[in-house]
Ligand binder design. Structure first.
Ligand code: SAM
Length: 268
C-alpha cells in the first residue's frame, strides 16, 4: 500500500516511528479520550498515534516540524477525522493561547506524543511554562528520562528534572516499551508517562523564576553541599531557616524543601 510517507526516518529530528499495534492501543487506552476533550499531539510523524486517536475521537490538533510529512499526514488523516496540523516547531507554540482559542469547556488541552528524544527536556519545560492550560500529558520518552522525572530524594537519578516537574505536576510512569516497537529501533528502552498538572491552589511555589534558579544552582554541582552549590543564591542562614541542612547535598532534599527555600528567599 502506498501511504504517501516515502521519506526515510530523519535521525536529527528524533524520528523513531511506532509500529507495534499492541503498544499503540495501550497508549490510546491510557489517554482514554472523552467527548469534549481537546487533544494536541506533539510530533505526529507518520500518524502511528494520530490516526487511531482521530478514529476514536474524530478531531485532533497536531504539531509537526518535518515539512516532508505535512502533505502525506493531511492526506492520510482525511479518512479518519479532522486533523488541524500546526506546521512548525513545538517549542514555538504557545499552549496557553492555543488552549484559549481551542480548549475544552475549562479552557484546557490534553497533550500527547511520542516525543523526539533529543528534545524531551526542552519540551517538558516548555509544557511546564503553560501547565495551567494543560489538563494532562501522556508522553513516550526514553525510559531513563521517565525514571529521572519520577525519582525521589536519595535516588541517583533524582535531579533538576524531578524537582521541577514534581513541584507542578504529579508524575506517573505507566509502562515500558522495548526498542523493537519502533522503526528504526532506538538503542534504549522507552516508557510512557502521565503528567497531571496540579491545580493552581495546590502549587506552593510563589515565584517560578526564583524557584527554578535555586533548583538549577543546587543541582548544577550535585556533589557539593547546599552551602557551596548555592553560593551567591542563598547563604547558610537562609538554607537552615528553610529547615534544610547546609551540609546536605541537593539529591537528599525533597521537593518541598526547595520550595520552602525559594519562598523564603523572596521574603528576605
Ligand atoms: N508520533 C510518531 C510515532 O509515534 O511514530 C512519531 C514520533 S517520532 C519519535 C517524533 C516526531 O516529532 C517526528 O515526527 C519528528 O519529525 C517530530 N519533531 C521533531 N522535532 C520537532 C519539533 N521541534 N516540533 C515538532 N515536531 C518535532
Amino acid at each position: 500500500m502506498n501511504t504517501g510517507f516515502t521519506e526515510p526516518a530523519k535521525k536529527h529530528l528524533g524520528q523513531n516511528f511506532l509500529h507495534e499495534k499492541g503498544v499503540i492501543e495501550k497508549i490510546v487506552q491510557a489517554i482514554d479520550p472523552r467527548p469534549g476533550d481537546v487533544l494536541v499531539e506533539i510530533g505526529p510523524g507518520q500518524g502511528a498515534l494520530t490516526f487511531p486517536l482521530l478514529k476514536k475521537h474524530g478531531e485532533l490538533t497536531a504539531i509537526e516540524f518535518d515539512r516532508d510529512l505535512h502533505a502525506p499526514l493531511q492526506a492520510a488523516a482525511r479518512e479518519h477525522g479532522t486533523l488541524h496540523l500546526i506546521e512548525g516547531d513545538v517549542l514555538g507554540v504557545d499552549f496557553t493561547a492555543l488552549a484559549a482559542q481551542r480548549g475544552d469547556s475549562r479552557g484546557q488541552i490534553r497533550l500527547v506524543g511520542n516525543l523526539p528524544y533529543n528534545l524531551s527536556s526542552p519540551i517538558l519545560f516548555h509544557a511546564l511554562d503553560h501547565a495551567a492550560a494543560i489538563r494532562d500529558m501522556h508522553f513516550m520518552l526514553q525510559k531513563e528520562v521517565v525514571e529521572r522525572m519520577a525519582a525521589g530524594p536519595g535516588s541517583k537519578v533524582y535531579g533538576r528534572l524531578s524537582v521541577m516537574l514534581q513541584a507542578y505536576c504529579s508524575v506517573t510512569p505507566l509502562f515500558v516499551v522495548p526498542p523493537g516497537a519502533f522503526r528504526p529501533a532506538p538503542k534504549v528502552d522507552s516508557a510512557v508517562v502521565r503528567l497531571l498538572p496540579k491545580p493552581a491552589e495546590c502549587i506552593e511555589v510563589r515565584d517560578r523564576a526564583v524557584f527554578a534558579n535555586v533548583v538549577r544552582a543546587a543541582f548544577g554541582q550535585r556533589r557539593k553541599t547546599l552551602r557551596n552549590a548555592l553560593n551567591g543564591v542563598a547563604d547558610a542562614a537562609a538554607i537552615e531557616a528553610a529547615g534544610l541542612r547546609a551540609d546536605a547535598r541537593a539529591e537528599q532534599v525533597e521537593v518541598a524543601g526547595f520550595v520552602r527555600l525559594a519562598n523564603l528567599l523572596l521574603g528576605a
